[in-house]
Design a protein around this ligand. Structure first.
Ligand SMILES: [Zn+2]
Length: 209
């Protein structure tokens, strides 16, 4: 069995679904990921992102972001904010601006800005982590960009109970390849501590070193 991409523990027997897709699960930290042979090519992945309808015209989507701001940004004191993995339409930063909060943006595909280490009080990453091939690499990049005691606020849907995984629609988006529970974020040994989670899709971590 391959070792977990987050905590390096051995994964369990892979789960093979009816469509043949194979998932690895880590019993130590819950991290679950699609076997790399089923990943899209980076070109096809980019094509899917270009077609994403996450614009400010979609009111359901705006409500999700408003809830994220109330839950994971407003409660924490932060003047320098970065939206990491903002995608082609940085909707979150527009919403933040309405609340007099400024955020810089970064996206490896759309806004590959060069960023300075230890610059930010708070980094948001919404609907990014389910797409990551190597989440630990991204987490250590984000960790470097955070000031000591800075916050990382992530939005990604948490895994359902094991017996509901096969019918869980979130995993069926072909670009969704990595799945977490709040426990996953406690097993990374990067110096990030779990401050808050809502049991559904939001987790807030703090850099403790
Ligand atoms: Zn693990």
């Amino acid at each position: 069995m391959p070792n977990c991409l987050i905590c390096k523990s051995p994964t369990t027997n892979p789960t093979v679904l009816k469509n043949g897709k194979t998932y690895h699960h880590c019993p130590n930290c819950d991290f679950t990921y699609l076997d790399p042979q089923f990943h899209l090519s980076p070109e096809d992945e980019k094509l899917r992102y270009d077609q994403h309808q996450n614009t400010s015209d979609n009111s359901e989507y705006m409500e999700i972001f408003k809830r994220f701001i109330e839950t994971a940004i407003t409660p924490y004191t932060a003047t320098k904010i970065l939206d990491y993995g903002c995608g082609p339409n940085p909707v979150l930063t527009k919403l933040l601006k309405k609340q007099n909060l400024e955020a810089e943006i970064y996206d490896p595909y759309y806004f590959p800005t060069k960023l300075q280490s230890e610059s930010y009080d708070l980094i948001t990453s919404t609907e990014v982590f389910e797409h990551l091939r190597n989440p630990l690499e991204t987490l250590s990049h984000i960790n470097q960009l955070l000031k000591p005691n800075g916050y990382l606020a992530i939005m990604t849907k948490f895994l359902p109970p094991n017996d509901q995984f096969a019918s869980w629609r979130y995993k069926d988006d072909t670009t969704h390849i990595s799945f977490y529970s709040p426990k996953t974020f406690t097993q990374m040994s990067l110096g990030l501590e779990l401050l808050y989670h809502n049991d559904l899709d939001i987790v807030v971590l703090r850099k403790i070193n």
